[in-house]
Design a protein around this ligand. Structure first.
Ligand code: ADP
Length: 373
């Protein structure tokens, strides 16, 4: 918007008319004082300022405006009786631009100058916008880079832990074999096996992440019984975690069309987390049902729970709740992979949780979505 400041009403009206005819939005002020009030309230691209006014003259107005942060980018065109006056223009004025036109005003020249200032203003605005989005992009990349570095360091640590255990058990095995102590050999073999499985699961997760990133996570979809899948998973989990009892509530009684192994991976991830993040408790509830051709599976624990602001991020890649990340091992990718798997089955994941009381992770998915992914 342009502000015209002139104490002669005829000048104001004629300038306003010409500029409006050329599609400029125009505001007017008939004194320096009124102009200052308006500049404080509104943003102007350009001020056309009469130099000779009773009260505050044009130069005084310009000097006052130069102190307003709001008017930093505002250009000024002075209307002066003689061009020699121009050299008195307020010192230190650091606006977007200064220019002058001698009276009587040649409208063609004024229009030319106004258009030039508008073009510069537009270019500046675009440059500023570009700079802002570039800075945002740089920040975003820096943050992604930081997260990746952090992840690599956590991943190496997580991989090293089971590997070191396996190394230790193999050494112990050697000693037991030499002693001919088959009982202990068996014990160490079992323990090494558990650590190898951990290693295997970690590497599988890492591979899944890179497959998701490169769009190469493929699904082998067919009909399967979700009730059988859940019963098997619960049996295996109960065996490997005898201190926990997983109760199943409900039945699907329907065939599901999807990638059985991937859906199993999601359920195992929910249950593993429920166990991991619920120390000192012993009950987990798994609920399943099918309603309106939609499968619902939920895993509820009475563990450490989470705060509302943490819930928004649990399905994000690499996210781990900061305050508990030292206490529990993990890479912060299991839930991200789970949510990708469910999304690619046309479903959605979610979580309810109360801090220090427990969490419930669930997913919904159509039971018979035949489209590819
Ligand atoms: P990981 O367990 O390897 O860190 P996940 O992606 O499976 O990675 O989980 C992400 C984060 O969500 C965990 O680090 C933990 O802070 C939080 N979380 C997941 N499941 C639970 C749960 N059942 N109870 C409390 N917090 C959980």
């Amino acid at each position: 918007m342009i502000l015209i400041v002139d104490d002669t009403p005829e000048n104001l009206i004629s300038l306003k008319k010409v500029l409006e005819k050329h599609d400029f939005e125009v505001d007017t002020a008939s004194s320096g004082e009124e102009a200052l009030k308006k500049v404080l309230k509104n943003s102007y691209v350009l001020i056309i300022l009469d130099v000779q006014m009773p009260g505050m003259d044009g130069f005084e107005v310009a000097e006052a405006i130069s102190g307003y942060s709001k008017a930093k980018e505002t250009a000024i065109i002075f209307l002066s009786a003689a061009n020699t006056e121009f050299k008195f223009i307020a010192k230190g004025y650091s606006s977007g631009g200064l220019d002058y036109i001698t009276k009587p005003v040649d409208m063609n020249i004024l229009l030319l100058k106004v258009k030039t200032f508008y073009r510069i203003y537009e270019q500046n605005r675009k440059l500023n916008e570009m700079q802002k989005s570039l800075l945002e992009e740089i920040e975003f990349r820096k943050e992604a880079e930081r997260k990746k570095d952090e992840f690599i360091s956590i991943a190496s640590h997580e991989l090293k832990t089971p590997l070191t255990s396996v190394k230790g058990y193999v050494q112990l095995l050697e000693r037991s074999v030499n002693k001919g102590d088959t009982e202990t050999v068996k014990k160490h073999l079992d323990k090494a096996q558990i650590q190898l499985e951990k290693l295997n699961a970690l590497i599988a997760d890492l591979l899944d992440i890179s497959k998701i990133e490169s769009g190469k996570l493929k699904f082998n979809k067919q009909n399967f019984s979700i009730d059988c899948l859940l019963d098997n998973v619960i049996e295996v989990m109960n065996q490997s975690n005898p201190e926990f009892k997983i109760h199943k509530k409900g039945m699907a009684n329907s065939e599901i069309y999807g990638d059985e192994m991937r859906i199993e991976q999601v359920v195992v991830n929910f249950l593993t987390n429920a166990i991991k993040y619920s120390p000192g408790t012993s009950e987990i509830q798994l609920t399943v049902n099918v309603e309106n051709d939609e499968l619902y599976v939920a895993v509820k624990d009475s563990g450490i729970g989470m705060l509302p602001e943490q819930l928004d991020h649990v399905f994000d890649k690499f996210y781990r709740v900061e305050e508990t990340s030292q206490r529990f091992q993990g890479l912060g990718i299991g839930l991200y992979i789970s949510s990708e798997i469910i999304k690619r089955h046309g479903g959605r994941v979610g979580v309810n949780s109360v801090y220090k009381e427990g969490s419930e992770f669930y997913f919904f998915m159509p039971i018979n979505l035949k489209t590819e992914d």
